[in-house]
Design a binder for this molecule. Structure first.
Ligand SMILES: Nc1ncnc2c1ncn2[C@@H]1O[C@H](COP(=O)(O)OP(=O)(O)OP(=O)(O)O)[C@@H](O)[C@H]1O
Length: 212
């Protein structure tokens, strides 16, 4: 599937919770075929910014607009164009990885779901354990399920919040390859990270400073 042209724009974005001001006057425009690191100290607002970009949280001020093929996407539909890996995402522990993905594939109406599920399970290195209950997985294996889920519907935008969490060296390498391939195929990659080495591999950085 050819990757559509995409542009994700933030204008005058500001977020505060009560008296805690996370960021203000944030403007950027992100395009297909690029990788963007979102950096900042613990608690600076990286996850919050990603939730705003996804359309899951309304910013205190400002707006986010997604354009796909030069057409504005309504906020409620934005997430359909995005794949998310985040610590707060859950997996159904009683279900196998294949069943978790099958459930998501139905919800997202993924065409050719069985083949696509097999492909992403292989991609994240879970083919051998795909039919075991996710509750029996190690934390790194559960993180791999989240990566597979984000890739399932071949979204043009990948939003990864600390994707290397709980992963061993081969797992981190797998995530790095997934990221590189996504950008090479014309996708937009946004990755929140506390690791300078991960941020340095991205084309640009959106740095958040905490103002209190
Ligand atoms: N819904 C909310 N209500 C009140 N405060 C919130 C809410 N969501 C986040 N915060 C606060 O906003 C701040 C930023 O949180 P956020 O999770 O975005 O930081 P982060 O940069 O992703 O941190 P980390 O590097 O630790 O993952 C924290 O102080 C957090 O407690």
């Amino acid at each position: 599937m050819p990757t559509p042209s995409i542009q994700l724009t933030a204008r005058g974005l500001g977020q505060q919770f009560g008296r805690l001001v996370l960021f203000r006057d944030m403007d950027f425009s992100l395009h297909a075929g690029t990788s963007v690191a979102v950096t900042g100290a613990n608690g600076s607002g990286k996850s919050t910014l990603l939730r705003i970009l996804l359309g899951l949280l309304t910013p205190t001020v400002g707006e986010v607009q997604l354009q796909v093929e030069a057409k504005a996407v309504p906020r409620a539909e934005r997430v359909q164009h995005m794949g998310l890996v985040a610590p707060y995402l859950g997996v159904y522990e009683a279900l196998s990885a294949r069943e978790n993905l099958s459930f998501l594939a139905k919800a997202r109406r993924v065409p050719g779901a069985d083949d696509r599920i097999a492909a992403v399970l292989d991609r994240v290195g879970l083919a051998d354990r795909a039919d075991d209950a996710v509750g029996t997985y190690s934390s790194g294996m559960q993180q791999r399920v989240k990566v597979a889920a984000a890739l399932l519907h071949e979204p043009p935008i990948l939003i990864l919040d600390e994707p290397s969490t709980n992963l061993d060296a081969p797992g981190r390498s797998m995530v790095r390859t997934v990221q590189d391939e996504h950008v090479a195929q014309g996708g937009l990659l946004i990755v929140a990270t506390n690791h300078a080495s991960e941020a340095e591999t991205c084309d640009r950085t959106v740095a958040i400073g905490a103002h209190q």
